[in-house]
Design a protein around this ligand. Structure first.
Ligand code: PAF
Length: 280
């Protein structure tokens, strides 16, 4: 596996791969890799000639400075994991390399960045869009792979590709869960042993909610989920919304003929976790 810190060197390598008509799959990450990331590498490897990953903890997408400082950074372990997974190239730029000067671009995502994560983490999706567009300009992949745990992020990035006219297919990949159902996330490694035991209630409640939804209306189901999780003294729900999976508008009635996804954000101690589940 080749490791590049410098974008000029990476672009040189990619130009040579393009001359050989290699299909490029791209997995952007912020490191602290887990099996969820590795599943993206595996899917990319099965569908492309070359798989490129990036590791960069992007400062512009953190609206909370402490969250940025706390974010786990374990670069040498990450590189070993990618190598073992058969990744071909990894790009590990510095902040200077990605933001040599301030980038003041704004993006119009309509409703997509106003709700849920967008409401509680102002500026977050602008930061995600900034870094992903910079990475796309460098890597110019055919396909880019993102985990569905960050459901709203995938929706926003599909829109980014449309407004920026990138000839890149965004592939949304299934959530990978721990054996007790917890959605894999780099932030899980920051949980204390006690917190870790409590957070399985999040996914357990989401899965139960799909059954409860057969008896309760949308509003009642939402309230039930919030109450269940808040009944645990360590957990505090920030939001739980049931939305249309394309435009992220709230669902008010189960009879609405749209694909429905329930998205949640929960605080546990200093950590904030997100998860989601489909309703049928
Ligand atoms: O999902 C992430 O890890 C990040 O938001 C991403 C897409 C790598 C951009 O920094």
């Amino acid at each position: 596996m080749k490791v590049f810190e410098n974008k000029a060197d990476l672009i040189f390598e990619i130009n040579s791969l393009k001359q050989q008509s290699k299909a490029i799959g791209f997995v952007p990450t912020m490191g602290a890799l887990h099996k969820g990331h590795i599943s993206l590498i595996t899917i990319s490897k099965n569908n492309n000639d070359i798989t490129i990953a990036s590791i960069f903890v992007n400062p512009t997408q953190f609206n909370d400075k402490k969250d940025y400082q706390r974010y786990p950074r374990i670069l040498s372990d990450d590189i070993k994991m990618l190598e073992k997974a058969g990744c071909d190239i990894v790009f590990t730029p510095t902040e200077e390399e990605m933001y040599p000067e301030a980038d003041n671009r704004q993006f119009d995502f309509g409703n997509l960045d106003k709700v849920m994560e967008g409401k509680f983490r102002p500026g977050h999706f602008r930061g995600v869009a900034l870094i992903v567009s910079k990475l796309f300009d460098i890597v110019t992949p055919d396909k880019a792979y993102f985990g569905e745990k960050d459901f709203q992020q995938v929706t926003v990035l599909k829109h980014l590709v449309t407004i920026m006219r990138y000839p890149i297919e965004i592939i949304s990949c299934p959530i990978i869960r721990e054996h007790d159902g917890l959605a894999m996330s780099s932030r899980n490694m920051l949980l204390t042993k006690e917190e870790r035991e409590h957070v399985s209630l999040i996914s357990k409640t989401l899965f139960e909610a799909r059954e409860i939804a057969k008896k309760l209306n949308v509003e009642e189901t939402k309230n039930w989920v919030i109450q269940q999780i808040n009944s645990d003294s360590l957990l505090k729900v920030e939001y739980f919304e049931i939305v249309n999976d394309i435009n992220l508008e709230s669902i008010h009635d189960w009879s609405q003929n749209e694909n429905k996804v329930g998205c949640i954000a929960v605080h546990v101690g200093n950590i904030r976790l997100i998860d989601n589940v489909r309703f049928y």
